[in-house]
Design a protein around this ligand. Sequence first.
Ligand SMILES: Cc1cc2nc3c(=O)[nH]c(=O)nc-3n(C[C@H](O)[C@H](O)[C@H](O)COP(=O)(O)OP(=O)(O)OC[C@H]3O[C@@H](n4cnc5c(N)ncnc54)[C@H](O)[C@@H]3O)c2cc1C
Length: 375
Amino acid sequence: MRGNPLPDAIVVGAGIVGAACAEALSRAGLRVEVYEAAFAGSGTTARPMGHIVVMDDSEAQMALTRRSRELWQDFAPELPAACEDEAAGTIWVAADEEEMEHVRSKHEFYGARGVATEVLDGAELARLEPNLRPGLAGGLLVPDDRVLYPPAATRWLLERAVSRGARLSEGVEVLALGVRSVLTRAGERVAGAVINAAGFAAPRLTPRLPIEPRKGHLVITDRHPGFCTRQLVELGYLKSAHTPGRESVAFNVQPRATGQLLIGSSRELVGLDPAINRPLRDRMLRRAMEYMPALAHLSALRTWTGFRPATPDNLPLIGPWEPLPGLYIAAGHEGLGITTATGTAEILADQILGRAPRLDPAPYSPMRKAEAHHA
Ligand SMILES: Cc1cc2nc3c(=O)[nH]c(=O)nc-3n(C[C@H](O)[C@H](O)[C@H](O)COP(=O)(O)OP(=O)(O)OC[C@H]3O[C@@H](n4cnc5c(N)ncnc54)[C@H](O)[C@@H]3O)c2cc1C
């Protein structure tokens, strides 16, 4: 480290969130260093679906996901083929009339906030996705949602930062954070700002951060190009995503560029045990087959697990951490960190550079009282 001019910013962690921060800060002309304990994109970022999705659990979530999707759209023409970026769209699937009511209110909510959606009746849904079970009531198509391959997108963001002079050090663990400094085995390194983007491990460096790992399973199938063409999610997904109980599953299927299907999703709070919970995985697959019976004819090639960095109010922690001057947090993105990495990076770059904020950062402040916000 000695001999290099002092950086303006140090990013701890090269998951997709740290990578997006490095990209945005280097684009603004800052000298950036990134320290990654393992290798870039090897944490939770190696394990998700890669759905770039606008979500409406709260106004703050809507604002961040909508802006983040716009930023991904801006990147889209430059993303290399390896990122498998595609404007596939999402269909929120309604099983019955009661869920169709939800579809209509979702349509209004999105429309009032400038997000295009289309209400589908049962016949339109069946025409667009014939492998869904017959008799579903309809759905909400969100045509501008995207799908990409997160590890490749992470590499691309880092390569952009490095091409502007950023330094990426892999295999370098940050042992502690100080005032505008980080400690590694090579000694102390000082910077104008330090960003803790260590994902679910962020509280190890900043102990009072309210982040806990929320485990999820995914299954990938063999190749069946055209089996479905959009990300298909049951309307009950949000309920499942935010039930405080120990285990939940929801129908969530994604077509990959390879012709494979990714099948999710599950959530459970079991610490950092990566073992496959077979009963829960089987429940997840049964749920998927309830919606898409033809999935039973596909082969599941692999199952894996990953840990979403979850917060009590389901919003990420983005912004200055007041107890330690110069420290910023960019962590706690739960099941939306691929989507919201870009918006997170923009918020932090605005704050570090003292620019007028594009998004109101208050709802994401790591200093917020999470319970108060939830209320
Ligand atoms: C099953 C599943 C499905 C998902 N699907 C989606 C989806 O479809 N769409 C979506 O938007 N999101 C999805 N997510 C969520 C998304 O994957 C995460 O929110 C996101 O990857 C978090 O990125 P991160 O950079 O914060 O964390 P990570 O990717 O975990 O990166 C943190 C990095 O910090 C490094 N690190 C930790 N401690 C230190 C240290 N002391 N020193 C140096 N480096 C350190 C780690 O090695 C790691 O590489 C899903 C998650 C799961 C588990």
